[in-house]
Design a protein around this ligand. Structure first.
Ligand code: RNT
Ligand code: ZN
Length: 418
């Protein structure tokens, strides 16, 4: 599409939006400010770079064997750098503890240190990225079914030590980048079958978390992620939503909402306004569950747009951290990133372009037909012309143009990884 055409389409769209009381220029400025925390683990199917021998455990699973996955730190960085050329805005990279620079050495999880992430910090700074972090409970000889909630003190202490170290690494990252590092804590702890001591494991987890969070930090923020169930751990999840919502509200921790971690008919969007009242901030893991927590690539669907709209409606963009969490090993992984990031941005753009003043007015007047009609009409307003202009303004591929760029990268780079 020609430059002038995109520009012209935008001018027309802008006028159309002005007609329903929406300032498209302002929406563009706000979209520009939205950072997405890009998960590093789509690049290599959640493998990481430890030299410990992954013994499984953890209830998550990447499926597919599309060629070209990143095999080392340099390749992940190269892939992320490619992704950044195809998306607008300034973003963050979300690392897991298993992605440290261990230099071929065996560094167990209770031995990791900020030094193992110094290279990441330096590189991120050069690329204008901020870092976020995650402790890693899965894929380790001591993972089993229970980590922080394990009644065996030696195993539990191992994971407490790991998680404490992750917090201190996050603190160093936050200091280094002069912006708080958001550290997510998700553990898979649970049980395959009927569990009769449900309270016991939750009590243990509460105590472990208290120990983990005892140290106060200024340059990192903690968030805790609940889940409905994991593979092989279907009957009982120690860290359920009730558990973490309760813990988060009581201890003022950020609760992470992974869009794949709830019953499939549950609205994640509806949780935003409640969490905002009782917890300090919100962390999102935007994903796409198909029949279960399948971690398909995020796309622009109703779930994601509703979520984005609720955040914008609540004027909570400064209290919500937007992260992605999916891992599809069956398609081009760079493509998976770009589709998911762009979809998330489009969803927020739609939220920012919502004729909210008029909608609220209708609602307050009890004009429910009018509210419904405007919601319907708003779906068809020319948001995509605004989106194209956003891409143009940022000097990145407009529309489907990025497909060819990714194909080229596959030819030149990922396709040669065997
Ligand atoms: C698992 C959680 C968790 C992980 C990552 C790798 O169900 O969603 O966030 O996906 O930590
Ligand atoms: Zn998640």
């Amino acid at each position: 599409m020609k430059y002038e055409l995109i520009q012209k389409s935008y001018e027309i769209a802008k006028e159309r939006y002005a007609g329903v009381g929406v300032d498209a220029d302002k929406a563009l400025d706000e979209l520009q400010q939205i950072s997405i925390s890009i998960h590093c683990w789509q690049a290599d199917d959640v493998t990481g770079f430890e030299n410990l021998g992954n013994l499984g455990g953890g209830g998550i699973q990447a499926t597919g064997n599309y060629p070209g996955k990143a095999r080392n730190i340099d390749e992940i960085r190269q892939d992320v750098e490619k992704v950044l050329t195809l998306v607008a805005g300034s973003h963050r990279l979300n690392l897991h503890a298993i992605y440290g620079d261990f230099q071929g050495k065996i560094v167990d999880r209770n031995q990791i240190e900020p030094a193992h992430f110094a290279g990441w910090m330096q590189w991120a700074k050069e690329k204008g990225l901020k870092l976020d972090f995650n402790s890693t409970s899965f894929g380790h000889p001591k993972s089993g079914d229970l980590t922080l909630a394990n009644p065996d003190k030696s195993i539990r202490d191992f994971w407490i030590e790991h998680t404490q170290r992750c917090r201190s690494i996050s603190e160093e990252m936050g200091k280094f980048q002069n912006d708080p590092c958001i550290m997510n804590l998700w553990i898979h702890d649970g049980s395959k079958d009927f569990t009769v001591n449900r309270l016991k494991y939750r009590q243990i987890l509460e105590q472990s978390l208290d120990a983990v969070f005892a140290q106060k930090y200024l340059n990192m923020k903690d968030c805790i992620e609940a889940k409905l169930f994991g593979i092989g751990l279907e009957s009982y999840t120690v860290g359920s939503y009730d558990f973490y919502l309760g813990y988060g509200a009581k201890k003022q921790k950020i609760v992470t909402l992974d869009t794949g971690h709830f019953h499939l008919t549950e609205s994640i969007a509806d949780k935003i306004s409640s969490l905002l009242l009782f917890t300090p901030e919100i962390m999102l893991h935007v994903s796409r569950p198909i029949r279960w927590d399948s971690d398909h690539v995020t796309i622009l669907n109703d779930d994601v747009t509703e979520l984005a709209k609720e955040i914008v409606r609540a004027e909570a963009l400064d209290r919500v951290h937007i992260g992605l969490d999916y891992f599809d090993a069956s398609i081009n992984r760079i493509g998976a990133y770009v589709v998911g990031i762009r979809a998330t941005q489009k969803a927020f753009l739609q939220g920012l372009l919502e004729p909210i003043t008029k909608l609220r007015e209708y609602e307050e007047n009890g004009q429910y037909f009018e509210r419904l009609a405007l919601l319907e009409e708003a779906k068809g307003l020319p948001w995509n012309a605004v989106w194209d202009y956003f891409c143009l303004k940022n000097g990145i591929a407009v529309g489907e143009k990025y497909i060819a760029e990714i194909q080229q990268y596959e030819k030149d780079v990922t396709g040669k990884r065997v």
